[in-house]
Design a protein around this ligand. Structure first.
Ligand code: UDP
Ligand code: MG
Length: 317
């Protein structure tokens, strides 16, 4: 199917500095897409409760250019929520998600459109093949995370996959039908299925502004991914319980035999104290794992909306 409209969804949080550069780059790309594939491009910016001049810049861009649209959140809801809102709003036949910091090269859009035009794929996704410019420790933990989650989850989470991907209408509709509150897009994209073509690209430095991800933020995101796409930790807790029971039984046998052979001199309270502490720790740890699932369930059953809008370009007209 040849597209007639391509939607570019751009989550923005405090991207005042990068926006003008992004807009300029995208205008150029849009005109080359028009000449090559004869398709129009709309830009859907999602202002994720920015505190800087992002929103005024978006208002101005939408006023002067009818291809620019924006949604503005009432507060910061996170990139996941921003992507959901953008996908919901986008009207295109092909929809692509891009960061505002030009870390995702707009030059790749041409290639993505031709992949989707071939009709064989529903998704053309960029995959980072290098992690240059990233702290060593972060790369290390990131690799560990992918190894772990792929081992314990049925949904494949491709290492280096980022949110920069162009999808067909039907794939986006499938993604929108997953209305969960705790969103982990890397998992959701893969869960909905469809054929994905991976396009390798080199990591780019941000053009302006700074990253919003702290190490702690990434850790919480990783836990969200695991809890969202695997119940293996619950099985782990159960197995640990069984293992400790077997250990306890062996110890009972040992104590009985030892008492029969050597009598029962009083003592051994330090070992007892250690055991109580150890078991207490194990129990709290396991309760923590259970609690994590319970907390996610709690948030899910409240059925809160994924985002709250405060303004869109339609209000401004
Ligand atoms: N972003 C967002 N809400 C947030 C954090 C980030 O919409 O709470 C946007 C941000 O404006 C950018 C994209 O998500 O367009 C990626 O963020 P960032 O560049 O900070 O992440 P990194 O590229 O370092 O992983
Ligand atoms: Mg970035």
């Amino acid at each position: 199917m040849e597209p007639c409209l391509i939607s570019v969804v751009v989550p923005c949080y405090n991207e005042e500095a990068a926006l003008p550069l992004f807009l300029e780059a995208l205008r150029e790309t849009a005109s080359s897409l028009r000449t090559e594939f004869d398709c129009a491009t709309e830009l859907v910016f999602v202002d994720d409760g920015s505190r800087d001049g992002t929103l005024p810049a978006l208002r101005e861009a939408a006023r002067t250019d009818s291809h620019v649209h924006y949604l503005s959140f009432s507060r910061n809801f996170g990139k996941e929520a921003a992507m959901y809102a953008g996908l919901e709003y986008a009207r295109g036949d092909y929809i692509v998600i891009m960061d505002a910091d030009l870390q995702h090269p707009p030059s790749m859009l041409r290639e993505m459109v031709s992949v989707l035009n071939s009709g064989e794929y529903d998704c053309a996704a960029a995959r980072r093949v290098s992690r240059t410019g990233e702290p060593r420790l972060r790369s290390f933990f990131s690799r560990r995370f992918y190894r772990l989650i792929n081992r314990i989850s049925d949904t494949e989470i491709v290492e280096g996959a980022c949110d920069f991907r162009m999808m067909s209408r039907r794939m986006v509709d499938a993604i929108l039908s997953l209305r969960e509150y705790n969103r982990f897009s890397k998992g959701i994209f893969s869960w909905v299925g469809f054929r994905t073509k991976w396009l390798p690209f080199e990591n780019q430095e941000r053009v302006a502004g700074e990253t919003k991800w702290s190490f702690w933020g990434l850790l919480v995101y990783a836990v969200q991914g695991i809890v969202g796409f695997s119940t293996a930790p619950l099985v782990f807790v159960a197995l640990l319980g069984v293992l400790l029971c077997v250990g306890a039984l062996l110890m009972v046998v040992y104590v009985i035999v030892k008492t029969l052979l050597f009598g029962d001199p009083v003592g051994g309270w330090p070992s007892m104290a250690c055991m109580v502490m150890f078991l207490g720790g194990v129990q709290l740890f396991c309760m923590g794992i259970l609690g994590e699932y319970l907390a996610k369930t709690y948030l899910e059953v409240k059925r809160r909306p994924i985002y709250v809008l405060s303004e869109t370009d339609e209000d401004a007209d």
